[in-house]
Ligand binder design. Structure first.
Ligand SMILES: Cc1cc2nc3c(=O)[nH]c(=O)nc-3n(C[C@H](O)[C@H](O)[C@H](O)COP(=O)(O)O)c2cc1C
Length: 213
């Protein structure tokens, strides 16, 4: 008999792994072993050509976290302003839920217990390149969530990627893909977010041909 998943549990994990910012417990250290356990799950993710050209840098030293947090904050203000302008241009309302939460994270970035930086050996670009590390980053976030850890994929510090590489001794030939704050989350559970139904944005054989249209 083939293995049967508990779909309720699996779907709950997949639909409730949120960007955790305000609910990160900034006072409780995260054991390195637990981060490694989550990464052991993550490295089962796919890579183009099965190259597995990833490396993972965990930062839990206060001085280095503070320096990375400064880099993040330098990028955060200008990014927020540009995002507001984009939403106005697209006629969308300001997403205050995300920006409040993201502001909070920017303010407290240096306090997060650990930071994980997924890296790729060799510098490159394009879907095959980034697609060879971001699925694993997401697997890490899922594995973390199921162990009581909150995470958020962030990219803002990459505006200062060179400085961050110098700080951490990352060679010039290596790319950083993100910076994922990691901490235990407070509270019991998370809810699925509001999203457009998949049926509305999925087309069959022809653009705009939705199921039943
Ligand atoms: C490519 C990418 C870059 C992101 N960069 C940031 C970031 O720099 N800072 C941040 O607070 N959140 C960042 N996020 C998190 C998103 O804001 C978040 O996933 C989105 O608002 C959905 O929120 P939810 O996970 O609660 O549903 C990023 C997400 C992705 C996928």
């Amino acid at each position: 008999m083939s293995f049967e998943f508990d779909l309720q549990q699996v779907d709950h994990l997949l639909t409730t792994t949120r960007a955790v910012r305000k609910r990160l417990d900034l006072t409780r250290p995260v054991p390195r072993e637990l981060i490694l356990e989550c990464l052991e799950v993550a490295v089962q993710a796919p890579t183009g050509g099965n190259t597995q050209r990833w490396r993972w840098v965990v930062v839990d030293e206060p001085e280095k976290k503070a320096a990375l947090a400064d880099m993040y904050r330098e990028g955060w203000g200008p990014y927020l302003e540009s995002q507001k302008a984009v939403r106005v241009k697209q006629g969308l309302e300001a997403d205050t839920r995300v920006s409040d939460s993201a502001d909070y994270l920017a303010d407290h970035f240096h306090e997060v217990p650990a930071m994980l930086i997924p890296c790729l050996l060799d510098r490159g670009d394009g879907p095959g390149y980034w697609g060879s590390v971001l699925p694993a980053a997401w697997s890490f976030m899922l594995a973390a969530r199921s162990r009581g850890l909150g995470t958020a994929l962030t990219t803002i510090h990459l505006m200062r990627e060179r400085e961050a590489s110098e700080l951490l001794g990352i060679p010039d030939t290596v790319s950083q893909a993100a910076l994922i704050p990691v901490g235990y989350y407070t509270g019991d559970d998370f809810k699925p977010a509001k999203r457009r139904p998949a049926a509305e944005i999925t087309y069959f054989n022809e653009w705009k041909q939705t199921l039943g249209s």
